[in-house]
Design a protein around this ligand. Structure first.
Ligand code: ATP
Ligand code: ZN
Length: 286
């Protein structure tokens, strides 16, 4: 029986979320102590390889691993040939151009002729050429944000999440150029048995993602307004209506998208709905 080899980040921003995703999918892998490089799931035909995130696209492209979880930024920078099969919704970040706070910023044009420090030279090259900017790229392996202070560069191109690291180095984010999140990738040349395991895994991941953006809602509705209340609840099919001891009232159960819920709560209350409960869903099979 084939097993699917999946590479995930050994230790870093994506590690816990990746392991958590497998846990929720019913695939238990021991949490990684720093020395382990390899783990086998007992309850699903999956083996985990723990790697530095920068090595994951290469390993998947070469077939050392069949699949991987990695940030899109790393895939784009390494330019390796891998197939993205699922966006995972975590590890979200952006790559931005930032400049010293006291510079007179005139728009993207400002970067013409400037020296920009980055750990992402390939993505930056593409971004600059797409915007017809000619600038010098200064490749550095870390601590990009100190470059302008010490005179190594005029500006930086780097990952930004809150901007506070930038601020403490006297920089301001001026242009958000690329948006990235963690994705599942696969080798383009897998056998049918491995593709079948991926299909099962994706089925579970879809159920987890759907559950996350939906909530189970329960509320008490006066029977006379039931039709109106039902019409406010989109639901998966149609809501369940359960009789209550008080014959004038029923309990209505349904599934709503969390963002829709906030839009309709006022309307539900206006129609007399009471005791509204909103409960998280663990898995949702559509
Ligand atoms: P490794 O030791 O595996 O090379 P790393 O230091 O390169 O780790 P991390 O900082 O753990 O990488 O980030 C991993 C990924 O998390 C990034 O490539 C990016 O896709 C994503 N990410 C999300 N938010 C941020 C952020 N604020 N800073 C850096 N990366 C982020
Ligand atoms: Zn890395």
């Amino acid at each position: 029986m084939e097993r699917l080899k999946i590479a995930i980040q050994k230790s870093g921003r994506l590690s816990d979320k990746s392991i958590d995703l497998f846990e929720k999918a019913g695939i238990s892998i021991s949490s990684n102590s720093s020395r382990i490089l390899f783990a086998s799931a007992a309850d699903f035909p999956v083996d985990i390889l723990y790697l530095r995130d920068d090595d994951i696209p290469q390993c998947v492209a070469d077939g050392v691993a069949d699949c991987g979880i990695v940030g899109e930024n790393v895939i784009w920078e390494t330019g390796k040939q891998v197939e993205t099969i699922e966006k995972l919704g975590f590890g979200k970040c952006r790559l931005s151009l930032a400049i010293p706070r006291d510079s007179q910023y005139t728009g993207l044009d400002w970067f013409n002729g400037k020296k920009i420090a980055t750990t992402y030279p390939n993505i930056l090259k593409k971004v600059l050429s797409e915007n017809a900017i000619k600038a010098d790229i200064h490749v550095i392996s870390g601590s990009v944000e100190i470059c302008p202070v010490i005179g190594l560069a005029d500006a930086i191109f780097d990952i930004v999440s809150t901007g506070s690291t930038l601020l403490s180095n006297g920089l301001v984010e001026k242009e958000q150029m690329v948006f990235s999140e963690a994705v599942m990738i696969k080798n383009g040349n897998l056998n049918a048995e491995k593709e079948e395991i991926i299909k099962k895994l994706l089925f579970r991941i879809h159920a987890i993602k759907a559950a996350k953006s939906n909530k189970y809602i329960l509320l008490n509705a006066p029977k006379k307004n039931l039709d109106k209340i039902i019409s406010l609840l989109p639901g998966m099919k149609s809501p369940s209506v359960v009789p209550l001891a008080d014959g004038e009232w029923v309990s209505v159960h349904s599934v709503v998208k969390e963002n829709q819920f906030w839009e309709i709560i006022d309307q539900l209350q206006a129609e007399g709905a009471q005791g509204i409960l909103v409960v998280p869903i663990e898995k949702m099979i559509l």
